[in-house]
Write a protein that binds this ligand. Structure first.
Ligand code: T46
Length: 139
């Protein structure tokens, strides 16, 4: 089963242009407690490089593009985000990296929880240990 889960968003277009609405527990599959956006990322910068214990998120390149790497401790998959019409669902206990930001990239992230530094796992070995411990299939 793929670890990359893409959500498609319907654009409500008319002759003036396009509009996408995001709603919690509807096209965003959780309650929304925070939204942030990443922009002006410098060339060759890699962001992320961590996992989250509990946080669920949807990442949307509302402008430009970037490449995500998701790793569940067993497999790694790449996915390009390059359209405001789709979002990457990032479940908890997934290592994520963001690469190859275009100069104009605006990456918006919809999150299930408020910012909490204690939810981050910033070391890959700790991620493997912690997320294996949380994985019901390993019990
Ligand atoms: C994630 C990926 C996709 C805050 O104070 N509040 C916030 O809500 C966030 C997201 C960050 N910060 C502070 C923490 C750092 O001092 O902003 C600084 C940059 O954050 P960070 O280095 O964690 O950024 P990224 O781009 O590596 O990761 C971010 C999210 O933090 C993370 O949850 O999954 O985007």
């Amino acid at each position: 089963m793929s670890i990359v889960k893409m959500l498609k968003f319907n654009a409500l277009g008319d002759e003036r242009g396009s509009l996408i609405a995001l709603e919690q527990n509807n096209n965003i599959p959780f309650e929304v407690r925070r939204i942030y956006y990443i922009f002006d990322t410098k060339k060759n910068v890699i962001r992320g490089l961590h996992a989250h214990k509990n946080l669920k998120q949807v990442a949307i390149a509302i402008k430009g593009s970037c490449r995500f790497v998701l790793d569940d401790g067993t497999a790694r998959e790449d996915v390009w985000l390059k359209s405001p019409n789709e979002g990457l669902l990032i479940d908890s206990c997934l290592w994520r990296e963001m690469h190859d930001f275009s100069e104009d990239c605006v990456l918006m992230v919809v999150a299930s929880e408020k910012y909490d530094e204690s939810d981050y796992i910033r070391n890959y070995e700790d991620f493997l240990k912690e997320c294996e411990a949380n994985d019901p299939s390993t019990k």
